[in-house]
Design a protein around this ligand. Structure first.
Ligand SMILES: *[C@@H]1O[C@H](CO)[C@@H](O)[C@H](O)[C@H]1NC(C)=O
Ligand SMILES: *[C@@H]1O[C@H](CO)[C@@H](O)[C@H](O)[C@H]1NC(C)=O
Ligand SMILES: *[C@@H]1O[C@H](CO)[C@@H](O)[C@H](O)[C@H]1NC(C)=O
Ligand SMILES: *[C@@H]1O[C@H](CO)[C@@H](O)[C@H](O)[C@H]1NC(C)=O
Ligand SMILES: *[C@@H]1O[C@H](CO)[C@@H](O)[C@H](O)[C@H]1NC(C)=O
Length: 381
């Protein structure tokens, strides 16, 4: 699996570039803009839009701003309705865009963005929950299941919304915290890596009969969670008790990830130790980018100690550029090696995760890589 996919991809492109002063944040953003992006509320686009916010903050480049504006104008009508959005579907994946809508609302004050975000919040308010209050990953397909992916998709939006519009709503802050506390409690292993999710009703084919936990540590799920923790840490009130827990969750996860880093600098698609180097496993680019972003931002924000993590972060970033950036004859570059999906709608075995295609220029890889590049280019260590 690994060898076939990566050989095909690498053969199609020129050799990897050495780490230099090249601004990969600018170069890859420019390449994506030149290739074009279909405007969509899908979480792939939303993840990329978050990266555009980062790169715009880095560069102040008006072409990037206008490109992003055209995307959201194509998506959000003047009355605040989101194009093609399904206003009856409870799927956490569809809520991620809310973060971007609130970014635009804060930038412009335009009412249409507040309406669009509030409509997503209405869906979140009526979202089905587990017995302990956890938001289902999706209704009706994943009842009583929480996945790490869903934390990134829904809960930083939830926190951002509360911060902007209901900052004194203590039950809302507590409800956001509950989502993190629940999933962390049931998915974190002794080695501080987290399995993909859990089924509180324990009926899924993969669920542990006692805890409901999924069997394997899928790297991208851990990546979503690592990034979501950084987002809520910056959104929660400084003195809120849950914020201290988030900091512990983040730092403990950082320790687990540091220990799991491959000697090449990246991370395996399935991170359970017994699958290292097993045929069908490979260093996966989107998760490696998410972890690299998390380490770099954690360092830049002073959450992680330089003495413990700057070597890990540098090695990780260099590895991303060396392994996954390739260039084309027209001057554009690519980001390789991203697994398409990982779903607990499967049997959640190693065979399942290994069977998924690995693709080039997937926005779920590009977005986190751009975030990492921005942190790298503004690093304070
Ligand atoms: C990279 O930037 C640093 C600091 O601006 C500079 O000292 C160094 O010479 C540059 N290296 C290259 C290869 O351009
Ligand atoms: C701004 O971004 C666009 C699109 O990526 C790029 O073509 C242009 O060169 C950038 N401008 C500057 C001044 O860097
Ligand atoms: C909002 O505008 C769109 C496009 O003009 C239209 O199709 C839709 O019905 C409007 N929605 C509401 C709630 O008015
Ligand atoms: C406070 O937050 C809770 C949970 O999100 C929500 O149900 C409630 O409507 C909010 N109250 C106000 C006054 O906004
Ligand atoms: C799990 O699913 C994969 C395909 O996704 C299949 O190859 C494998 O045989 C299945 N394993 C079990 C134990 O059902």
């Amino acid at each position: 699996m690994k060898s076939i996919n990566s050989l095909v991809l690498l053969a199609a492109a020129a050799v990897a570039k050495p780490l230099s002063n090249t601004s990969y944040a600018r170069l890859l953003t420019d390449s994506v803009i030149r290739r074009g992006v279909d405007p969509s509320f899908h979480y792939s686009q939303a993840t990329f839009y978050t990266a555009l916010e980062n790169v715009y903050e880095l560069t102040g480049n008006e072409t990037i701003y206008n490109f992003y504006r055209d995307q959201v104008d194509a998506l959000v009508y003047e009355n605040g309705t989101i194009d093609s959005y399904i206003y009856t579907k409870h799927s956490l994946d569809n809520y991620r865009l809310g973060n971007n809508l609130l970014w635009w609302y804060e930038k412009t004050g335009e009412e249409k963005f507040k309406i669009a975000a509030s409509d997503i919040k209405v869906l979140l308010d009526s979202h089905p929950r587990t017995a302990t209050g956890g938001l289902w990953h999706r209704d009706p397909t994943y009842p009583n299941q929480m996945w790490l992916d869903g934390i990134y998709m829904a809960d930083s939006f939830y926190a951002k919304y509360v911060k902007l519009f209901q900052p004194n709503n203590q039950s809302a802050w507590a409800d956001v915290a509950l989502q993190f506390d629940n999933i962390d409690k049931w998915t974190r292993k002794d080695n501080n890596l987290l399995v993909h999710g859990y089924d509180e009703s324990k009926v899924a084919v993969w669920a542990d009969p006692v805890t409901g936990a999924a069997p394997l540590v899928w790297a991208r799920a851990d990546g979503w969670y690592f990034m979501a923790l950084l987002e809520v840490i910056s959104l929660f009130p400084k003195n809120h008790a849950a914020r201290a827990r988030f900091l512990t969750y983040f730092k403990d996860q950082a320790e687990g990830l540091k220990n799991a880093q491959d000697e090449t600098g990246g991370w395996w698609n399935i991170m359970d130790e017994q699958y290292e180097d097993v045929d069908g496993n490979y260093i996966e680019s989107s998760a490696s980018a998410m972890f690299t972003f998390g380490f770099l931002r954690g360092l830049n924000q002073g959450i992680l100690k330089k003495s413990q993590y700057s070597a890990v972060a540098k090695k990780a970033y260099k590895s991303l550029v060396d392994t996954f950036i390739t260039s084309n004859d027209d001057g554009t570059i690519n980001f390789e090696g991203t697994v398409e999906v990982g779903s607990l709608g499967s049997n959640a075995t190693f065979q399942y995760y290994s069977s998924i295609a690995v693709v080039q220029n997937d926005l779920r890889g590009i977005g986190p890589f751009l975030g990492a590049a921005k942190e790298w280019e503004t690093r304070k260590f």
